[in-house]
Design a protein around this ligand. Structure first.
Ligand code: CAA
Length: 259
């Protein structure tokens, strides 16, 4: 029986899968054990027909303070290269249901990078984002140099990566890194509100929405538009597309069957 030591999770009402990083003594530093547990539960929720949306959050003090520096400190190049160290975090990008990330406190290094893998980010007003790897003599290794730059632009991303300085929640919302900022104590309510709404939609259509928006980050405009059009056409192969439009015409609420 798998024992979870670093995360808490539960299925909540309304089809929401709730996952909380829970390694308080290390401010949720992302050790290998935490990753193994996290990917297992995310995959389970991805495959659970009752779950329509996943919340990923941390504590009020920290979403995650980065990769585990103590675990990394004696690593050698041959080991990091042959084991493709940190490469396994890419598995989270293969979760197909939406992940709503909630950041209170520190989201640093790998913590900031994990937050940016989430599909929607909502921050508490105490959130602090940063890529301080340079202060440890290394560089971002889980996508920070790429995802941060795409979202906030070259100059500010370069400044953060080169100085290691943190960005506060207000700036993060102004620059589009997060959707909105709420009182830290209200973060969980807001995560639930958004996630329950998403989970009330048709699951296959929800997954298609996530897939096409993410395509915008991975391809050029011409190919992205073509990709979107094809997935749009494929919604016409679902019952939920017919139900959604019929319900509109009949002035009633749709009854999704996830088919
Ligand atoms: N790895 C391992 N342990 C960590 C950690 C990390 N990333 N961040 C914090 N901790 C541990 C601390 O060592 C401390 O442990 P002890 O009680 O055993 O000493 C405990 O968590 C509490 O931390 P602090 O006492 O430092 O708490 P603070 O409130 O004074 O400071 C902080 C908070 C500013 C976040 C500070 O902990 C800090 O700077 N952490 C490291 C941040 C960082 O550099 N992250 C990048 C990691 S590298 C990376 O992520 C590479 C990549 O791209 C994937």
């Amino acid at each position: 029986q798998f024992k979870f030591e670093n995360i808490l999770f539960e299925k909540r009402e309304g089809g929401v899968g709730y996952v909380q990083l829970n390694r308080p003594k290390a401010l949720n530093a992302l050790c290998d054990g935490l990753f193994t547990e996290l990917i297992q539960i995310l995959k389970e929720m991805d495959n659970d027909p009752e779950v329509g949306c996943i919340i990923l959050t941390g504590s009020e003090k920290a979403f995650a303070a980065g990769a585990d520096i103590k675990e990394m400190k004696d690593q050698t190049f041959p080991h990091t290269y042959t084991s493709n160290m940190l490469g396994w975090w890419d598995e989270i990008t293969r979760i197909r249901k939406p992940i709503v990330g909630g950041v209170n406190g520190y989201a640093l290094g790998g913590g900031c990078e994990l937050a940016m893998i989430c599909d929607i980010l909502i921050a508490g007003s105490n959130a602090k984002f940063g890529q301080p790897e340079i202060t440890l003599g290394t560089i971002p290794g889980m996508g920070g140099s790429q995802r941060l730059t795409r979202v906030i632009g070259k100059s500010r991303a370069m400044e953060m990566v080169l100085t290691g300085e943190f960005m506060d929640a207000n700036e993060a919302v102004q620059r589009g890194l997060v959707s909105r900022v709420v009182e830290p104590k209200l973060l969980n309510d807001e995560l639930m509100r958004v996630s329950r709404k998403i989970a009330s939609m048709s699951k296959p259509i929800t997954m298609m929405c996530k897939e096409v928006v993410n395509e915008a980050y991975e391809t050029g405009l011409k190919d992205g538009l073509k990709y979107e059009r094809r997935i749009f056409h494929s919604t016409f192969a679902t019952n939920d597309r017919k139900e959604g439009m019929t319900a509109f015409a009949e002035k009633r609420k749709p009854n999704w069957t996830d088919s």
